[in-house]
Design a protein around this ligand. Structure first.
Ligand code: HEM
Length: 404
């Protein structure tokens, strides 16, 4: 069999439109490899098999040990309890304690608030009949931040301090080239963050409210509860997981609707009836995360690939999300597809995105608001997609529309 094609992740240009190369690799070979030789899975059936098989797990502490972090380092101790880095029974225990607090019913109460933030961003201080031109990514920036802050029940000044601490360069600590300087900065950031959130948890324990943090403190399953360290880290996982991913998807809702005026016109005929379909199609067509990584823990085969323990692989989501074996005419953007047939964008299996119900609520209100408020929507300048980023995001999206 021929060698799998290289997916050129090291080429900045690839990030501007990865879909043709993913299609060629998937349909021509079934899979690909990264420039470093790691397997890239692209078919729906393979991606599903991997995320549901006990032979594969999420990367745990070894991921940061490889980057030079050691037990006792604040970032190491944070990752020890991070839900995305736990597997098996430990992970299941945490999920069952948190699941109840993150139901569709609990996230649906954020719908009015999400709609109000999006509508204000689209109006941008103008009135009916006015033409608005703006970078919609900047316009939307504060919306998911306000929503998660209200959902968690954090005061705004505390949330801003937390976001500022989290934004201090810690992302570099998960990148491919970690220096001692990056390690020192990340450890300082995580030490400050843990102390800050630890105080917040104690404050809320003493004075509970009707919010998610209080619900997490109260969460109990078979006499079991979250420990202080688990609570603190889970809180940062939820807060940190909620913002950039949702902002990126909200921006993509506007981008796709602007590029497909026929679909926007259709959505405008029944915004509340069609918003679910529109959102699922944006998520499928343009996933907000570029990939999900896995490590192999038992010898196994997937399709025609054999894996040995210790190997890593990547599922690049643009592969399964446009696999013709699952989707009819997959390159076509069509908001009338069945909205209950989900794409791979929130992943699958035990680590399936914990915040998907909240994200979907925010995105549905975004799609409906665009359809209700914006006519003659157009992209003013083709956006540049940020290369080498975990969350697929444009640097800016300049759009023009008339307010109705
Ligand atoms: C459009 C927005 C979002 C997208 C595309 C997204 C996508 C994902 C993906 C791909 C994963 C990884 C699953 C895996 O390891 O296989 C994940 C996990 C996670 N997400 Fe989201 N997410 C979004 C919004 C949110 C929001 C709003 C929250 C919080 C309210 C959140 C919290 C989390 C958490 C805590 C995990 C870890 C779950 C676990 O490991 O058990 N996400 N998300």
């Amino acid at each position: 069999m021929s060698a799998p094609p290289v997916i050129p992740l090291d080429d900045e240009q690839w990030w501007q439109d990865p879909y043709p190369s993913l299609r060629a690799a998937r349909d021509g070979h079934g899979s690909g490899v990264t420039p470093d030789g790691m397997a890239v899975l692209l078919r729906w059936a393979d991606a599903e098999a991997i995320k549901k098989s006990p032979a594969f797990e999420n990367e745990g502490l070894e991921f940061i040990e490889e980057r030079g972090f050691r037990p006792g380092d604040p970032l190491y101790e944070w990752r020890r309890y991070s839900i995305g880095a736990l597997n098996g029974a430990e992970h299941q225990r945490l999920r069952s304690l948190v699941n109840r607090a993150m139901t569709v019913r609990s996230t649906d109460r954020m719908r009015d608030s999400a709609r109000a933030h999006v509508e204000a961003a689209l109006r941008a201080g103008s009135g009916p009949g006015d033409t608005v031109e703006q970078d919609i990514r900047s316009g939307f920036r504060s919306s998911p931040f306000f929503v998660i802050t209200e959902f968690l029940g954090v005061d705004l000044d505390q949330a801003m301090e937390m976001a500022a601490t989290m934004g201090q360069g810690s992302a570099d600590a998960f990148g491919p080239a970690v220096t001692q300087e990056i390690r020192d900065a990340a450890n300082t950031t995580f030490a400050v963050l843990m102390e800050f959130v630890g105080d917040l948890v104690e404050e809320r324990r003493a004075d509970p409210r009707e919010d998610l943090l209080s619900a997490l403190i109260e969460a109990e399953e078979g006499g079991d509860r979250l420990s202080h360290d688990e609570l603190v880290v889970l809180f940062t996982n939820i807060f940190g997981g909620a913002i950039e991913s949702t902002l990126s998807a909200m921006t993509s809702v506007v981008y796709e609707l602007a590029r497909h005026p026929d679909q926007l016109a259709l959505l405008a005929t029944d915004p509340d009836g069609l918003k679910r379909g529109a959102v699922e199609e944006v998520l499928r067509h343009r996933p907000s995360f570029y990939a999900v990584g896995q490590k192999v823990v038992a010898p196994t085969t997937v399709g025609d690939l054999a894996f040995e323990p210790g190997e890593s692989l990547s599922i690049i989501l643009g592969g399964p999300n446009r696999d013709p074996d699952r989707w009819d005419d997959p390159e076509r953007f069509d908001i009338t597809r069945d909205p209950t047939k989900w794409s791979f964008t929130f992943s699958m299996g035990p680590h399936f995105c914990l915040g998907q119900a909240l994200a979907r609520t925010e995105l549905q209100e975004t799609a409906a608001a665009v359809a209700r408020l914006c006519s003659d929507l157009e992209v003013v300048e083709e956006p540049r997609w940020k290369p080498f980023a975990t969350v697929n995001q444009v640097e800016a999206l300049r759009v023009r529309y008339r307010l109705t």
